[in-house]
Write a protein that binds this ligand. Sequence first.
Ligand code: NAP
Length: 216
Amino acid sequence: MNGDNVLDVHDDLSARVRYYECDVTDTDDVNTAVDEIIGQWGRIDILVNNAGVARVGFFQERSPADTRREFEVNFFGYQRLIRAVLPHMRAQETGIIHNMCSGTADTGHAGLTGYSATKGAIKAFVRSLRLELRDTDVSCTLMIPPSTNTGMTAELEYPEWMTVEPEEVGRTLAEKIYSTEPVITPDMTTRIGLSLTRRFPFLWRRMTEGTVKNSE
Ligand SMILES: NC(=O)c1ccc[n+]([C@@H]2O[C@H](COP(=O)([O-])OP(=O)(O)OC[C@H]3O[C@@H](n4cnc5c(N)ncnc54)[C@H](OP(=O)(O)O)[C@@H]3O)[C@@H](O)[C@H]2O)c1
């Protein structure tokens, strides 16, 4: 794991920010981090499941291990964190669990078969868990950012207009950190974009064709 960005914030705001390293594919690591947080702060009010990996390449060029790795981080990783924090949130009678999803859960994306499948799986899982938690004080949401100019999209040949800068997306989503809406998007533009690409698949196909090269 590379915590350089968080460590900068940690140094600036050391009374309010702590950095705990945690590999979400390792159950012991997850439980240790959550125990340390509870030990130090006494409670966890909000979990943001944000970790993600995407292996870019057409399905036939990818191995089953690629997809398994994506599921280990993007799906089972989220479940590990939720299992670890849920008892604390239920006991303290408050909590919000945000889970980073993606428009690809609905539209798919050539070259991202495994990644899109993990996002579809997390979407169905969160919707089901939300139903199970409806009579509790714990909320479970899906956060859907737009295409963002991060390491994850670096391999995709998106035109500049198609991606938003991560600082902007992070700031607008942070403003909604207390939201318990079932689906949270940073802004109206993202909401309209998601709705249009869901309703008109040819738009998404046009926007994304050629962004991943098929070696065949
Ligand atoms: N970028 C987009 O266009 C886009 C669109 C929709 C949804 N999303 C979602 O937004 C979230 C953030 O993605 P991003 O765009 O910011 O991608 P990113 O720059 O590649 O960041 C991914 C993050 O996941 C962490 N991570 C990966 N494997 C991990 C593991 N085993 N344990 C703990 N942390 C792990 C990475 O930590 P290290 O840096 O330490 O490796 C990194 O901080 C993801 O869930 C992604 O699916 C992104």
